[in-house]
Write a protein that binds this ligand. Structure first.
Ligand code: 3PG
Ligand code: MG
Length: 405
């Protein structure tokens, strides 16, 4: 992969793909609750600008829905508040284009002066960005390519997506990998190259379908896998337990059963919650109590790991020499349901070895709970991207950056 240090950027329009997908307030105010990914993107933005580049940032926010640009833009979320925060953190003005590849983007791109920084609207407002159809993505990438002269890929959290701005666009322009991508890949390489054992992987979080698929492959790497958070309910359901109104992906139960059987055959320990905090509904002040994982009430939902689970997970981490943790154990954004994630964050911090926290939400949790960043070897900006790397998958965004340019 070419580095940005080897790229001519002075006076040139640089299309920079960053991952600015920050968490927004759960109650829908649109407030940015953790700006870690924006901060992690600053070094490359500053470096390019300092070298006289005209920096045009492409990024996504959330998962907009709808068949047309208009529908998606109407539903949001807009990147505008993210651009505003970027300007504050960068300490220089950042302009914002109100579309992605239309008249506003063109106007913005071609009026940039040397060292200027601009952000284009949420790239996922364009349905072609995420299209499965290569020709559709390719045509959109051509449109984007006209806006810039060179491409820099620094959005590590999105390199596992075969999307136009991540995969197709770099193939059309001279390109390089940003320093964030380079550093993230270097850490993941350490995890996959003869890691010290025991190697414990902890998986939680609220996007179970993203992660269920990866567990099968992690059986090749880890000695122990601890499963909590939203994904655990599908495992508990697979064991025949009631999971009430908890997040459940019933369609994945057969796959989960297979993973459990395979883990057993290979002697990889799969550890599930033994007790849970359950609540009447999803709200910060919902009535809640602790129940055994095998006895969840049918009309309540799981919102955190219970005290016995916290102790069990800590015990399973105590002798670890390598840890990868992705995803919170509960709704840590609500203080009443943060204890499980806090206990886990502390247990990982106490490990004497290489500890990597991966993923937007787990990284945000560590910061929200006030744990010092230096308690971990590395806090990654990528969740799904890190997991897919650990699985040994080919990541489209890295493949494109590795291609000759
Ligand atoms: C993330 O938050 O995992 C990355 O920004 C990628 O977003 P996605 O999971 O919606 O593709
Ligand atoms: Mg993701």
């Amino acid at each position: 992969m070419r580095s940005i240090d080897d790229l001519q950027v002075m006076g040139r329009r640089v299309l920079l793909r960053s991952d600015l997908n920050v968490p927004l307030d759960l109650t829908g105010t649109g407030r940015i609750t953790d700006d870690g990914r924006i901060r992690a993107s600053l070094p490359v933005i500053s470096k390019l600008s300092d070298r006289g580049a005209r920096v045009l940032i492409l990024a996504h926010l959330g998962r907009p829905t709808g068949d047309t640009y208009q529908e998606r833009a109407a539903g949001g979320p807009s990147l505008r508040p993210v651009a505003a925060r970027l300007g504050e953190l960068l300490g220089r003005p950042v302009s914002f284009a109100t579309d992605v590849a239309g008249p506003a983007a063109e106007e913005t791109a071609f009026s940039l002066g040397d060292e200027d920084v601009a952000v284009l609207e949420n790239v996922r407002f364009e349905p072609a960005e995420t299209s499965k159809n290569d020709a559709e993505r390719g045509a959109f990438a051509q449109q984007l390519a006209r806006l810039g002269e060179v491409y820099v890929g620094d959005g590590f959290g999105a390199v596992h997506r075969k999307h136009a701005s991540v995969y197709d666009l770099p193939l059309l322009l001279p390109h390089a990998a940003g320093d964030l991508v380079r550093d993230e890949v270097a850490v993941l390489r350490r995890l996959t190259t003869d890691p010290a054992r025991p190697f414990v992987v902890v998986l939680g979080g609220k996007k179970p379908s993203d992660k269920l698929a990866v567990i099968g492959n992690l059986l090749n790497l880890a000695d122990r896998i601890l499963i909590g958070g939203g994904m655990a309910y599908t495992f508990l359901a697979a064991k025949g337990y009631e999971v009430g109104n908890s997040v459940l992906e019933a369609g994945q139960i057969p796959a989960v059963r297979e993973v459990m059987a395979e883990a057993e055959r290979r002697g990889v320990e799969l550890v599930l919650p033994v007790d849970l905090v359950v609540a009447t509904h999803f709200a910060p002040d919902a009535e809640h109590s602790v129940v055994p994982a095998s006895a969840m009430p049918a009309d309540w939902e799981g919102v955190d790991a219970g005290p016995q689970t916290r102790a069990l997970f800590a015990e399973k981490l105590a002798d670890a020499k390598t840890v990868f943790w992705n995803g919170p154990l509960g709704v840590f954004e609500f203080p009443a349901f943060a204890a499980g994630t806090r206990a886990l964050a502390e247990a990982v911090a106490a490990v004497d070895g290489l500890t990597v926290v991966g993923g937007g939400d787990s990284a945000a949790a560590v910061r929200a709970l006030g744990l010092p960043a230096k308690s971990y070897s590395h806090i990654s900006t990528g969740g799904g991207a890190s997991l897919e790397y650990l699985e040994g998958k080919t990541l489209p965004g890295l493949t494109a950056l590795e291609a000759d340019s």
